[in-house]
Design a binder for this molecule. Structure first.
Ligand SMILES: Cc1cc2nc3c(=O)[nH]c(=O)nc-3n(C[C@H](O)[C@H](O)[C@H](O)COP(=O)(O)OP(=O)(O)OC[C@H]3O[C@@H](n4cnc5c(N)ncnc54)[C@H](O)[C@@H]3O)c2cc1C
Length: 430
């Protein structure tokens, strides 16, 4: 609804047609792990809008309909079962595919790629019968699915060639409390372990690793997201170095009249200026609003991203913005670091939780370039705030002496962000 709704807002007279090869359009895939884990009681809650809503909004929606190709010369798309359909402006929002695990056995039954809600509903019934599962790679979805399966009482093994969970994004000290909590829930870790095959006859029975076989009734494949750009590539629209469609700040592609948004595009990172892809649903939605509005004659802009992120991980919440210590080092970016272990509420107030905050800043000028956090509450709000801070050039001194809310049930006297900034400034003095 992001793209089409914005197009209709920009020009209520515009004829807007939406094609999807899925059975549904407006639902939240983001809730799928939480239905599997039992926090959300059923999948029906994840459906946001049905066909009627689109009809009432004046949008012509075609479910279960595959767009086979884009003909730029004739301003047409070719649609299975419908033939050539003309357009004045086109928005491509084809999403992502999970990266191929790249090992033998991906043709076996029992490999679950969580994405489409209808398939998730079918897999949920399978999960009732599962005793042992492997999570193949532990990025953001892997973190959510590990918690979900462990909560469900399934013996859960995490297999990842990287050294800790969420290693592309989060620092090891941020993830350690999460992994400790998972271990208490019975999760088994196989980090620094490159799986070599999925084994079985017809159906998966184990994952092969150099340390032996891990028996599994199912494997949940949580590899990184790759942009789905086959239509764009086939039409000759420019694709960037990350594999995503290149767009400008109006979400316009290299071809006049064609826009793109969401997981299929690449966007400049606000700090490194490097193109990145595979962002979140909130980014996809915001980009879709810009692309849809501009396709209908509007004039909206999308800025380089600071990438606030956060997620529940077992009993913890982890999050951050832009760069962590590990990523900054890997990129060879100089930084100064401050860290503090603060608290989420007044220390005497029930359910107070530890909040660890790490801040990274440029050595010269001390502008904030990244943050990492783990705690029990308030992580999302801090990540959103720190993203604005990164975008607007806030410095360590600004944060060290920031004003903050103090109210025993919702915030401690000392804000953990301020403590981390003070720590960074103190380190500079020594
Ligand atoms: C399990 C799961 C959990 C997630 N959790 C979070 C979260 O907590 N927070 C968050 O911010 N993000 C989350 N995400 C990511 C988020 O959902 C995606 O970033 C977002 O959906 C991307 O939107 P999109 O419109 O780019 O692509 P999609 O939502 O994937 O939509 C792409 C659409 O293109 C259609 N399509 C592709 N090719 C064709 C074709 N040839 N013909 C017709 N239709 C076609 C597909 O049918 C699909 O409907 C999660 C994703 C998943 C799968």
């Amino acid at each position: 609804m992001g793209v089409t709704g914005a197009a209709k807002q920009a020009d209520p007279e515009a004829v807007v047609t939406l094609y999807t090869d899925y059975e549904d359009a407006a639902y939240s895939p983001c809730g799928i792990p939480y239905v599997h884990g039992g926090e959300i009681p059923n999948f029906e809650r994840l459906f946001l809008q049905g066909k009627e809503f689109y009809e009432q909004s004046g949008i012509d929606i075609h479910y279960k309909t595959t767009v086979e190709s884009i003909d730029l010369a004739h301003h047409e798309i070719h649609v299975a079962g419908e033939g050539a359909i003309g357009w004045d402006r086109l928005v491509i929002a084809t999403g992502f595919n999970y990266a191929d695990p790249g090992i033998p056995g991906t043709d076996l039954d029992g490999l679950y790629y969580p994405k489409n809600i209808r398939r998730a509903m079918e897999w949920d019934k399978v999960l009732d019968t599962v005793k042992r599962a492997v999570i193949f790679e532990c990025g953001p979805l892997g973190v959510e699915m590990t918690t979900a399966l462990a909560q469900r009482g399934i013996e859960t093994h995490v297999v990842d060639s990287r050294p800790w969970a969420l290693a592309d994004v989060a620092d090891p000290d941020i993830m350690q409390p999460v992994q400790d909590a998972w271990a208490e829930m019975g999760v088994k870790f196989h980090f620094n372990t490159r799986a070599t095959a999925f084994l079985g006859k017809g159906k998966v029975r184990a994952v092969k690793t150099p340390d032996g076989e891990i028996p599994a009734d199912i494997v949940v494949v949580c590899t990184h997201k790759e942009p789905e750009v086959s239509l764009a590539r086939g039409a000759g629209i420019r694709i960037g170095s990350t594999g995503g469609i290149i767009v400008d700040d109006r979400m316009a592609t290299s071809t006049a009249g064609v826009f793109a948004a969401g997981d299929c595009v690449e966007i400049p990172h606000g700090v490194t200026r490097m193109p990145i892809q595979g962002l979140s649903g909130s980014h996809a939605y915001a980009q879709g609003r810009v692309a849809g509005a501009n396709a209908a004659g509007g004039d909206r802009f999308y800025q380089p991203v600071a990438v606030p992120w956060g997620l529940a991980a077992g009993p913890w919440m982890v999050g951050g913005v832009s760069l962590g210590e590990t990523l900054a080092k890997a990129l060879g970016l100089p930084f100064i670091l401050g860290a503090a272990d603060g608290i989420s509420r007044a220390r005497y107030y029930p359910d107070m939780r530890k909040v660890r905050v790490k801040l990274l800043a440029e050595p010269k000028g001390q502008r904030l370039i990244g943050a990492q956090m783990v705690g029990g509450e308030g992580i999302k709000e801090r990540a959103d705030f720190l993203a604005v801070a990164v975008k607007t050039g806030v410095t360590l001194s600004d944060l060290a002496w920031m004003e903050n809310v103090y109210s025993p049930p919702i915030g401690a006297l000392n804000e953990p962000i301020a403590l981390a900034a003070q720590n960074a400034l103190n380190r500079l003095k020594t």
